[in-house]
Design a protein around this ligand. Structure first.
Ligand code: SAH
Length: 217
C-alpha cells in the first residue's frame, strides 16, 4: 500500500500482460480493460514490483497467494457477468479479483477467513472507492443475509461443492468453483437449473490454496 504509484513502466508491462492474456484465450474486451484499469502491483509487496505483470502467483501474507492473472481472467470470463449482478466471492485474499469484479459493475460481497488479509483488502478497495461488502468469516457458510446471489465465485480449492453455497445461489445463477481434494482442482461451472437440479461443466486443472474451515485472527 505504500507504493500506489502507476508509472510508465508499470503501464507498459501491464499492456504486455493483457496481450498475453488475450493470446491465452481471454476474449472478453471488458475483462481485458478491467485488467488495465486495476494495477496489479498495488496488491503486492514492493519486492514483487518488477514481476507484478508476469503470469505468476505471489505471496500476500498469512501463507496465501494472489491468483495468477490468467486464473483471475479465466474465472471472471466463466462468470458471464452483467452489470449490477450480485456476486458472492469466497477468498478475498489480496482483493485483486474483488476489484476486477467491481470494475465490471458487479455488486460484490466477499468473504476472507484471515483477518489481516480482510483488513488490507478493505484499505485497497477504499483506495479505489469501490463499495464492495467485505466480510471476515468462513466462506463455506456463504453469507445468508444477502442471498440469493446471481453469481458465486470461489477462489480457493474446495474439497467438494459446499451445499450451503449452492443453496444461496439464484435459480438460473452460476457458481465457478475449483474442486479437488489434493494439490490440484478441476474448475467447475455449476448452473443452478431449478432448486433441485444443477448442471456441471468442467474447465481444466488449476492449483489453488485450499479452502479451509474456521477463521484466523
Ligand atoms: N482472489 C484472491 C485469491 C487469494 S487465495 C486473490 O486473487 O488475491 C484464496 C483465499 O481464500 C486466501 O486468502 C484464503 O485465506 C481464502 N480462504 C480459504 N478458505 C476460505 C474460507 N473457508 N472462507 C473464506 N476465505 C477462505
Amino acid at each position: 500500500m505504500e507504493h500506489l504509484k502507476d508509472t510508465f513502466k508499470h503501464k507498459g508491462r501491464r499492456r504486455q500482460l493483457i496481450a498475453e492474456l488475450a493470446g491465452m484465450g481471454i476474449q472478453d474486451e471488458r475483462i481485458l480493460e478491467a485488467f488495465n484499469a486495476i494495477p496489479r502491483h498495488f496488491f503486492l509487496d514492493l519486492a514483487f514490483d518488477e514481476q507484478a505483470y508476469t503470469n505468476m502467483a505471489f505471496q500476500i501474507g498469512s501463507g496465501q497467494t494472489i491468483s495468477h492473472p490468467f486464473t483471475v481472467a479465466f474465472q471472471t470470463e466463466l462468470l458471464e457477468l452483467q452489470k449490477g449482478m450480485k456476486v458472492l466471492e469466497i477468498g478475498t485474499g489480496s482483493g485483486f479479483q474483488t476489484c476486477i469484479l467491481c470494475q465490471l459493475g458487479a455488486r460484490v460481497y466477499s468473504i476472507e477467513r484471515h483477518q489481516p488479509l480482510h483488513r488490507s483488502a478493505r484499505r485497497i478497495l477504499d483506495f479505489f472507492k469501490f463499495n464492495a461488502s467485505l466480510f471476515f468469516g468462513d466462506g463455506y457458510k456463504g453469507n445468508k443475509a444477502y442471498a440469493p446471489y446471481d453469481r458465486i465465485l470461489v477462489t480457493c480449492g474446495a474439497p467438494d461443492i459446499p451445499q450451503e453455497l449452492l443453496a444461496q445461489l439464484k435459480v438460473g445463477g452460476l457458481m465457478i468453483i475449483p474442486v479437488g481434494e489434493g494439490a490440484e482442482q478441476k474448475m467447475l461451472k455449476i448452473q443452478k437449473i431449478t432448486e433441485a437440479d444443477i448442471q456441471i461443466t468442467e474447465f481444466g486443472t488449476f492449483k489453488f490454496v485450499p479452502m479451509l474451515e474456521r477463521t484466523v485472527k
